[in-house]
Design a protein around this ligand. Sequence first.
Ligand SMILES: NC(=O)C1=CN([C@@H]2O[C@H](COP(=O)(O)OP(=O)(O)OC[C@H]3O[C@@H](n4cnc5c(N)ncnc54)[C@H](O)[C@@H]3O)[C@@H](O)[C@H]2O)C=CC1
Ligand SMILES: O=C(O)[C@@H]1CCC=N1
Length: 279
Amino acid sequence: MAQTIAFLGAGSMAEAMISGMVQSKQVTPNQIIVSNRSNTNRLNELKYKYGIQAKKREQLDFEKIDLFILAMKPKDIDSVLESLKPHLNPQQTIISVLAGISTSYMEDHLPEKQQVIRVMPNTSSMIGESATAIAPGAYAPKDRITFTKTLMESFGEAYVIDEDQMDIFTGIAGSGPAYFYNLMEHIEQAGLEAGLDSEIARSIGAQTILGAAKMIQERDESPTELRENVTSPNGTTAAGLKALDKHRGGEAITAAIKGAATRSKEMAKQMEKPPLATH
Ligand SMILES: NC(=O)C1=CN([C@@H]2O[C@H](COP(=O)(O)OP(=O)(O)OC[C@H]3O[C@@H](n4cnc5c(N)ncnc54)[C@H](O)[C@@H]3O)[C@@H](O)[C@H]2O)C=CC1
Ligand SMILES: O=C(O)[C@@H]1CCC=N1
């Protein structure tokens, strides 16, 4: 992949993607440039940790960059698009990881017909295990979409979806790791309260989640069949599931996914609003 990739934003999501890309060896570290608004300590940290290039915004050589990956907070999108706009040429692609920012919003704030692709990775990119969505904008050519998919696959699984599915994808996969970390917090606490060592409680919980996820991926059985296989009549699992049901565990997960997806939609709506008039 002989392309130069510049990250604008050097936070946790940028680092997770950089880590996954570098480990995959599909991208060499010197193809990656990381940049942010002002925190040079953070840039140096990433530079030395991953062997990539780190540059202040004013040091970026825009012409030599093929792909810009926007990885700042959604609230900073306007200032970033404004600062990018005068430097872009039609061959350059803007990839955005920002939740709730549509491709059409970005296209409207960039030079006419700029190539824009929206993606939604998650922090498991860090170890090559992301589930990443890709939604191309109106002017993204096929070869760039294919390239972006290959790039996203360097740190996990990647799926090309319609942009109107991005909110639910964000609810399931973008925010999803947090639900499992929250689940782990509860598992660990239950283990601790019953006298397990905290390290062992954490390890047991993680291995159990990992094993269940791999069973779903590797076996030709549905989650329902797999659940039934664990559940002996009147046994321990039946008692556990009854308690889960009583406390509306399943509904809680559905609500979490829907809550995140709704927030993603709301964020997009807020961006569509005209700015408040100032007098
Ligand atoms: N954290 C996550 O799990 C995921 C985050 N995202 C998206 O990734 C984006 C970044 O999220 P995090 O990494 O968690 O945030 P973060 O707060 O850790 O990082 C934001 C970075 O942007 C930089 N920044 C701010 N203004 C800038 C500007 N004008 N130009 C260049 N850089 C600028 C900051 O210095 C910081 O390095 C968000 O838009 C979020 O919606 C998407 C998927 C998952
Ligand atoms: O919480 C957020 O808004 C971002 C997007 C998906 C995960 N983190």
